[in-house]
Design a protein around this ligand. Structure first.
Ligand SMILES: *Cc1c(COP(=O)(O)O)cnc(C)c1O
Length: 427
């Protein structure tokens, strides 16, 4: 029989027979090396990497999640000695954990984390010397287009927008001063693909850097660095964080590119675009579930695309996972999944019908952005791509009746029912 004397409310106190801990006095740092685990074995599978990458028990108290080092500056022990950090714009342990994680997931040498996806793009573009020429996907992200147009007008950057699927056109577009090729694949919002390996080869032969905006697929579904790209940029606002509660970005340099890694890291410091510790913590937390979220996103998107493709009110559906997609074979070869972004046109794509659809959906919030757990619907011509001139939109093939969906992780049956009620009640 157990008596009250036998019950120890706290096993971690002297007197309890189970007690076997050495308790360091409060404030003592954990012994150096005490909490370190061996580095991730290279063979760790992607879902395991998502959970563990960049994360070590904290050396101070053994905290399992990296603490949010919410500080602008770090004390020096003496004029020559600090603990590896001096000022948070230049470096912060919480950001370092996230950078290590993203670099590992992309298979890169190193990464730098920025305040937004746009500032990640700025870091990469600022590597270009004066007088450079850049080749860019014609239907790139609207903010990328706006930044490139600004750099054209203000800094004299030369830019050629073209369909990077046309390799002959790419080859012909190189100039003596072409220093960078900017790839977004799949592109936004038309889900056109670029053969990263083929374009990176052409760029390498011309001495130009290949940059891939990998926001749409995440490193789990596409590994541009393994295909020959020099840099990957991300809006971590999207899938990497995944919960629509933070904005952030990252730039990752390819394995072995030590100098390039240092350049992106010092450029982030120079521009003052580095990400704050609390936001880094949130992205690191989001990363842990990246694999399970991506699986749910993808499964839902495939079902939605197949449903739309057979609905009588729907015209063309742009989704790389449909066999009717002109680059379905490339998507299968280059990606390890089709992602969860798709766009489509209504057969009767007049303003009234488009408005009806955008405002009648229940589970799809009418909003910009993508990659969060909740499904979103957007009208690229008036929202995400409004910064493009009508001519530029036309050149890119973005019509006024194009509708873009970001499929969340809701149950597909609910999403299909919602789309059906909105499409079946078109005026
Ligand atoms: C959202 C997005 C960006 C910009 O990222 P922000 O975090 O909004 O600054 C860049 N590229 C792509 C493909 C995006 O979807």
């Amino acid at each position: 029989m157990t008596t009250s004397q036998d019950i120890h409310l706290d096993s971690n106190v002297p007197g309890n027979p189970a007690y076997h801990f050495t308790i360091l006095p409060p404030g003592s740092p954990a012994k150096a090396g005490w909490t370190k685990r061996p580095p991730l074995v290279p063979g760790a599978r992607p879902g395991t990497q998502c959970v563990h990458a960049g994360v070590q028990p904290d050396p101070a108290y053994g905290a399992v999640m990296p603490p949010i080092y919410q500080t602008s500056t770090f004390a020096f022990r003496d004029v020559c000695t600090n603990a590896g950090y001096d000022y948070t714009r230049s470096g912060n342990p919480t950001r370092a954990a996230l950078e290590e994680a993203i670099a590992l997931l992309e298979g890169g040498e190193g990464a730098t984390c920025t305040s937004t996806g746009m500032s990640a793009i700025l870091v990469a573009l600022n590597l270009l010397p004066h007088g450079s020429h850049l080749l860019c996907t014609v239907d790139c992200y609207g903010g990328t287009f706006r930044t490139l147009e600004h750099a054209k007008a203000t800094y004299g950057l030369e830019v050629t927008y073209l369909d990077l699927a046309d390799l002959d056109a790419v080859q012909a577009a190189f100039q003596d001063n072409t220093r960078m090729v900017w790839i977004e694949t799949p592109s936004n919002p038309l889900l056109r693909l670029t053969d990263i390996q083929a374009v990176a080869q052409l760029a390498k032969a011309k001495g130009a850097l290949t940059v891939v905006d990998n926001t749409f697929l995440s490193p789990l579904l596409q590994k541009p660095l393994a295909l020959g790209a020099d840099l990957v940029v991300h809006s971590t606002t999207k899938y990497l964080n995944g919960h629509s509660d933070v904005v952030g970005g990252a730039v990752v340099a390819a394995k072995g590119q030590v100098a390039l890694t240092q350049r992106i890291q010092s450029m982030n410091n120079l521009l003052g675009t580095s990400q704050g510790p609390h936001d880094c913590f949130l992205v690191l937390r989001g990363l842990k579930t990246l694999q399970v979220r991506m699986r749910a996103h993808e499964a839902g998107a495939q079902q939605v695309a197949e449903f739309l493709a057979t609905h009588p009110a729907v015209g063309i559906v742009h989704f790389p996972g449909l066999p009717s997609h002109p680059q379905h074979a490339l998507a299968k070869a280059q990606q390890s999944g089709f992602g969860a972004m798709l766009s489509f046109e209504l057969k009767e794509g007049n303003q009234a019908n488009v408005d009806h659809l955008l405002t009648t959906l229940r589970w799809f919030t009418l909003a910009e952005s993508l990659g969060g757990v909740e499904s979103l619907v957007a009208h690229p011509a008036s929202m995400t791509h409004a910064s493009m001139t009508p001519e530029a939109r036309k050149r890119a093939g973005i019509t006024d009746s194009l509708i873009r969906l970001s499929i969340g992780i809701e149950e597909a049956e609910d999403l299909l029912a919602d789309l059906a009620q909105a499409l079946d009640s078109l005026p």
